[in-house]
Design a protein around this ligand. Structure first.
Ligand SMILES: Cc1ncc(COP(=O)(O)O)c(C=O)c1O
Length: 359
């Protein structure tokens, strides 16, 4: 099957498979917060308009100060990006022609950006998809000869949070064997800041943490993310970015988002409830389901059911799931479902019910 490499833009899935797109489509293939942006964004929308006439602040204010205060880190240790994606692109240049370990199955942009700069990529595939248990000994062995290790925590697409003590062990090992660690915490807002590794950056110049504002705050169209690392690393990476790499709207809206604790808490509770219900339902129907802590889950059908037939069946009903054909270790056998609003979740339930009754 020739399918898009990312979720979202469901019309591309139908087009690439040569299928007619139904009038009503529920897109479960992307995993941004289904609540939409915090209400202040719409309420203050007109006040943002005058910003269009000025260049944005080249240092990224007022967002930069907000990020520093939010994480209790110095501003010099923060690099702002036009989405976390821009940060991965620039980060890859740090590892051009170097040896980099990627733990799979995971977000495909690490590999794409590293490949583009000729990095020597070492893929390590996690076998226990449900628990996403890291192969610690293998990782430690490979780190001896590697320049960097990328880990997504919580992981996309499985949604599983690796154990913090294990990540800390890898961090200590990295310092000993001179291997940098890049932690992608794009989805950590769905858990708790206590699981973030940002607190370790100040004392560990070999640790880099990437964050995205896209997912929790439902602002994929704005493009906003940041990286926390040693100031020397930040300076080097900043030198490779465009002078005004962030637009003025992203900088004010991003600053406002970091005040939205109540909004985040509600989103976390909603996702947890929906996830628990969906996980139980899928397990009752014989599926393997990942131990996700995020606003999406991954599941595999019982062995006797065809993944491709199921995917096509869902599409015919207007239910677009995230296929996993381009994830090492999942190979199209698993599907990712992003948690959506109640109407969509009910529609999904009915669609799955019809499938499981007939199969
Ligand atoms: C794990 C992970 N990291 C980073 C990103 C990129 O996020 P952004 O929208 O901030 O570029 C994504 C987007 O899907 C993602 O899934």
């Amino acid at each position: 099957m020739q399918l898009p490499n990312h979720g979202a833009n469901p019309q591309n899935v139908y087009r690439q498979l040569g299928l007619v797109m139904p009038e009503d489509v529920y897109d479960f293939s992307e995993n941004v917060n289904s609540a939409g942006p915090p209400p202040f964004v719409e309420a203050r929308w007109r006040t943002f308009y005058p910003l269009i006439q000025r260049y944005p602040d080249p240092d990224g204010e007022p967002f930069l100060t907000k990020v520093a205060a939010f994480h209790h880190v110095i501003k010099d240790s923060i690099l702002l990006g036009n989405g976390a994606s821009e940060l991965f692109a620039v980060l890859a240049r740090r590892y051009a022609c170097k040896r980099v370990i990627i733990v799979h199955p995971t977000f495909s942009e690490y590999e794409r950006t590293l490949q583009a700069v000729g990095a020597n990529i070492v893929p390590i595939i996690v076998e226990d998809i449900v628990q996403y248990a890291l192969p610690m000994e293998q990782l430690k062995r490979e780190m001896v000869n590697a320049d960097a290790l990328y880990i997504c925590t919580p992981n996309n697409p499985t949604g599983v949070l690796p154990q913090k003590v294990e990540l800390e062990q890898l961090m200590i090992h990295g310092a000993n064997v001179n291997c940098e660690l890049v932690f992608d915490e794009a989805f950590i807002d769905w858990v708790d800041e206590g699981y973030s590794l940002i607190g370790h950056v100040a004392k560990n110049p070999h640790v880099l943490v990437v964050r995205s504002m896209t997912k929790m705050y439902a602002i994929p169209g704005l493009r906003l993310g940041y990286l926390v690392a040693n100031p020397a690393v930040v300076r080097e990476l900043k030198g490779m970015l465009a002078h005004w790499n962030l637009n003025a709207f992203a900088l004010v809206i991003g600053a406002g988002c970091l005040d939205e604790q109540y909004y985040c808490q509600r989103a976390i509770t909603y996702a947890r409830n929906q996830r628990d219900t969906l996980q139980s339902y899928l397990q009752e129907n014989g599926c393997q389901v990942t131990n996700s802590v995020t606003n999406y889950i991954c599941f595999a059908l019982p062995k006797n059911q065809s993944a491709d037939a199921f995917f096509t069946y869902c599409l015919s009903k207007g239910v677009v799931l995230r296929h996993t054909h381009n994830f090492l270790g999942l190979n199209g056998e698993w599907f990712r479902i992003g948690i959506k609003d109640i109407t969509a979740m009910t529609y999904l339930h009915n669609c799955l019910q019809t499938w499981f009754k007939a199969n």
